[in-house]
Design a protein around this ligand. Structure first.
Ligand code: PEP
Ligand code: MN
Length: 248
């Protein structure tokens, strides 16, 4: 099957961390369409570090997403945390995301390998390149059209950002494997001012696309608000990324 993503045609995916309300989703979708973007991110199931944090709206969000997709001609990338969710979600989902905390959930990977939609596999917090490619091998079967490896930063001793973005890994994957590689600058940055520079660096390193967190009202976000760009900041990022992608 042919791949959908390539560095020549850089894909910028954006949206909130979590799906929170119909209004939030419709506003975001309207912005994406105006900005010329085609894929919205945003999760209804959120694996959080602590049990008392917001865990996602669950299936309630599916109708909001469906409406936003139809109204603004978008596709949807979203996280799946358990294979039991496939049945309810598959009619609305276009791209599955396996989060960093589930990178080595091999039963989930095996279930997604049987689906006919591209899977975005985030790098585990402490996964080396071998671990990550090993996990990706579970997805690389005939039925699955494309595996997208998403570098989102790893745990190191550096405390200059939330996670350390491994740009060398992005470049190596691009040169040495058949996998598509994307960069998520938002989770690596953990703060707004670092998102744009990391996004630009990711493009130069060889990413075929970016996944960026945005929110119509970042200060009200129920998760990851500290790293969420507002629409004006996102417009600027898109402009710069497009300029840099011509050089990459
Ligand atoms: C996310 O994309 O919102 C997310 C939770 O990412 P990660 O799994 O990379 O932490
Ligand atoms: Mn997030």
């Amino acid at each position: 099957m042919t791949k959908q993503f390539s560095q020549e045609n850089l894909e910028i995916i954006a949206g909130p961390c979590a799906v929170e309300s119909k209004e939030q989703i419709l506003k975001t979708a309207e912005f994406l369409q105006k900005a010329g973007l085609k894929i919205m991110r945003g999760s209804i199931h959120k694996p959080r570090t602590t049990a008392d944090s917001f865990q996602g709206v669950g299936n309630e969000g599916l109708s909001w997403i469906k409406e936003a997709k139809e109204k603004h001609d978008l596709k949807w990338l979203t996280e799946i945390t358990d294979s039991s969710q496939i049945r309810d979600m598959e009619a609305v989902v276009d791209f599955w995301q396996v989060g960093a905390r589930n990178m080595q959930n091999y039963e989930l990977l095996k279930a997604l390998a049987q689906q006919d939609k591209p899977v975005f596999l985030k790098r585990g917090l402490a996964a080396d390149l071998k671990d990550w490619l090993g996990a990706a091998s579970y997805l690389k079967v005939d039925k699955n059209p494309e595996v997208v490896l998403v570098e989102r930063g790893i745990r190191t001793f550096s405390d200059s950002s939330r996670f350390t973005l491994d740009l060398a890994a992005v470049n190596k994957i691009r040169r040495e494997t058949d996998y598509t590689v994307f960069v998520d600058p938002s989770h690596a940055a953990g703060e707004v001012p670092l998102v744009e520079p990391l996004a630009l660096a990711g493009v130069v390193a060889g990413a075929s696309g970016l996944v960026v967190e945005i929110h119509p009202q970042a200060d009200k976000a129920l998760c990851d608000g500290q790293q969420m760009l507002d629409f004006t900041e996102m417009e600027k990022l898109i402009e710069k990324v497009q300029a840099v992608s011509k050089l990459a």
